[in-house]
Design a protein around this ligand. Structure first.
Ligand SMILES: Nc1ncnc2c1ncn2[C@@H]1O[C@H](COP(=O)(O)OP(=O)(O)OP(=O)(O)O)[C@@H](O)[C@H]1O
Ligand SMILES: [Mg+2]
Length: 253
């Protein structure tokens, strides 16, 4: 399940228009592999729309998206998943009536990873993924009986089951108790460190992104407002202006 360190995501001039609402416009960036990249921006900035475009849920009005040099434009969501991109959803969408293990098996199957695997091997692999995210004990429990943190981690495990090179996380920490934040962040860092998976992570808790990410992307009104290391973004006057309507360093931490 090692990520491909030669691959990278390249987004060029991306735009989408929803009946007059330009949700994203002229967004370009290029991400190195093996990093955790944070995506910030106020509500309605276009963050989830960016993920919906990358995963093929929406077709862009303009622009292109490449993974490892391969153009994703025109591919279906399942083909994009097979190309190595997985996501978690802002609203959280694990299959509640299935067990944690069955959710990961769905990921294995959807991602094409179970092809040629017998059921016993697929279950073993799903079990290894659950162990990696610390959910072995919950393996055979229906997801509906798990707490919010566990349900979120099941969704993450299901995404890992597809064997991604690139993992897109949409506010995975939202709603978690403060006590659950550090363990959840540790799992995300482990996914990058141990599996070599590149993570692009939308979150509203800026301190978490500042502390965890090597690179940040800031969206505002559908446009890329700033990009760089956390310290560069903190010092960016346009970011401070967008968030707080003030000039000078953003003071985001
Ligand atoms: N399917 C859609 N149809 C019409 N408008 C949409 C659709 N999806 C997104 N939008 C609009 O695009 C803009 C960006 O929405 P998006 O969900 O990407 O924001 P976001 O940055 O993820 O916000 P939040 O932090 O609240 O999750 C918003 O104005 C939203 O209403
Ligand atoms: Mg969103």
């Amino acid at each position: 399940m090692k990520g491909d360190r030669d691959s990278f995501l390249e987004v060029h001039d991306l735009g989408i228009n929803f009946g007059g609402v330009q949700a994203l416009k002229n967004v370009s960036f290029r991400l190195d592999p093996g990093k955790i990249i944070g995506v910030m921006g106020p509500n309605g900035a276009g963050k989830t729309t960016l993920f919906n475009l990358i995963t093929g849920v929406y077709k862009p009005t303009s622009g292109s998206i490449r993974l490892g040099g391969k153009e994703l434009q025109g591919l279906s969501p399942s083909r994009i998943c097979h190309a190595g991109i997985a996501r978690s959803f802002q609203s959280g969408r694990p299959f509640a009536n299935m067990t944690a293990l069955e959710n990961v098996l769905v990921g294995l199957h959807f991602g094409g990873g179970s092809g040629g695997l017998g059921m016993a091997d697929a279950r073993r692999q799903a079990g290894e993924i659950l162990a990696m995210v610390g959910l072995s004990r919950q393996s055979d429990r229906p997801v509906s009986s798990l707490n919010l943190m566990e349900r979120k981690i099941v969704e993450l495990a299901r995404a890992l089951g597809t064997h991604p090179r690139l993992l897109l996380l949409d506010e995975i920490l939202a709603g978690l108790s403060p006590l659950d934040l550090a363990p959840a962040i540790a799992i995300i860092v482990r996914i990058r460190d141990e599996l070599g998976i590149t993570v692009v992570w939308i979150e509203h808790i800026m301190k978490v992104l500042m502390d965890t990410c090597e690179h940040l992307l800031v969206l505002h009104h559908g446009e890329k407002l700033a990009e760089g290391s956390p310290s560069e973004v903190v010092a960016d006057a346009t970011v401070a202006q967008a968030y707080f309507g003030k000039k000078g360093g953003a003071g985001l931490v």
